[in-house]
Design a protein around this ligand. Structure first.
Ligand code: KG4
Ligand code: ZN
Length: 337
């Protein structure tokens, strides 16, 4: 089994991982959180520049941590989308050039497929199961029937769940990223004090929506400025979690699956963990280092692709970065027949 180096520069973290046979040898992430904090969110052009200046160093660090020489790498993988196009281009171009220079295969990877691969490898789950990814950039629900049969059941039609946490945290004057700060504040609040509409309640499908909820919080705060921030935080958090848990529970009933792997930054939310368990679902949460954006997940997904292609890896150096990329378009690899 070849050693695979994986790169993710889809958003504001520069991630480089080294993986061999499903084992993570190194997983280095350089976070840009501090850089973007003063703007209250990710500034795309800043993110691209930062990736460009740190990527080489992060690759070196990952190789050192893995105790692996560049010459021992058998394949290079990088995220091609979805994400911020300028940020994606940095990792993708670097990855293609490195693979070309070393004369080894290059594997373009779909960011969400990478999340799923990491969530599963970290949790020890095997298909079939449901996978809920809730982060600052995406909120999606998948049914992973098998490795060559991943189907997206639903996704957010607007803001991601983490993005809603960040925006409401900002309304409450908390820092960025707002999720952890808002969750901490919510612990001291009354989660029934502020009535808020649970998004998409009563819908037939499995989509999410969080921008209306954020607006409802903004309007409420404007109308009732004397509300206790901890009550607003607790009520908002309960509403988001109810929505995530509701849709996941209905998806479980629809598919007959009771195991769910939860990944992404929002998976760290304590109330979400409790709600998923209370829904009678058997939940697995990968360790945070694999649940949030990182390079090892890209290498793990690439390993599966290389194994499925069994040496028939197509010429991939022409791959472009794609900011909006549905998972189906990434062409889930078929096992060789
Ligand atoms: O997966 P992630 O680290 O990065 C990307 O989205 O790329 O997710 C970060 C998101 C942020 O929006 C952050 O506010 C949210 O996850 N988050 C949380 C918690 N911890 C992080 N949201 C709710 N509760 C938490 N405890
Ligand atoms: Zn992500």
């Amino acid at each position: 089994m070849a050693i695979v180096l994986g790169i993710d520069t889809s958003c504001d973290d520069t991630g480089v991982g080294v993986v061999e046979g499903g084992r993570v040898l190194a997983n280095e992430v350089e976070s840009q959180t501090a850089l973007h904090a003063r703007f209250g969110g990710v500034v795309p052009e800043q993110a691209s520049r930062e990736h460009l200046s740190v990527l080489d160093g992060v690759v070196e660090r990952a190789l050192r941590a893995a105790g692996v020489d560049l010459a021992e790498i058998g394949a290079v993988a990088a995220t091609r989308g979805p994400g911020l196009v300028g940020a994606l281009l940095v990792g993708l171009s670097y990855g293609k050039a490195l693979a070309w220079g070393l004369g080894i295969p290059f594997v373009p990877v779909h960011h969400l497929e990478a999340h799923i691969a990491a969530a599963v490898s970290g949790s020890g789950q095997t298909p079939p199961f449901l996978c809920l990814i809730a982060s600052g950039g995406h909120t999606s629900l998948f049914v992973v029937r098998d490795w060559d049969a991943i189907e997206q059941l639903g996704r957010s039609r607007d803001d991601a769940a983490g993005e809603a946490f960040d925006k409401v945290a900002r309304l409450l004057g908390l820092g960025y990223p707002g999720g952890p700060a808002l969750a901490a504040l919510a612990e001291r609040g009354d989660d029934r004090a502020v009535p808020l509409p649970v998004p998409m309640r009563g819908q037939q499908g499995f989509d999410f929506s969080f921008s209306g909820l954020k607006t409802a919080v903004a309007v409420t705060l404007e109308r009732e400025p004397d509300l206790r921030p901890e009550d607003v935080a607790a009520s908002f958090e309960r509403t988001v979690v109810e929505s995530l848990a509701d849709v996941t529970r209905r998806a479980a009933a629809h598919t007959g699956l009771t195991r769910v792997v939860v990944a992404g930054g929002v998976a760290a939310n304590r109330r979400l963990r409790t709600a998923i368990a209370a829904a009678g679902l058997e939940a697995a949460f990968p360790p945070p280092a694999l649940a949030t954006d990182n390079g090892a997940m890209v290498a793990l997904a690439a390993e599966r692709r290389l194994a499925a292609a069994a040496g028939r890896q197509a010429e991939a150096l022409g791959t472009d970065a794609v900011p909006y990329l549905p998972l189906a378009a990434a062409g889930t690899p078929k096992a060789p027949s």
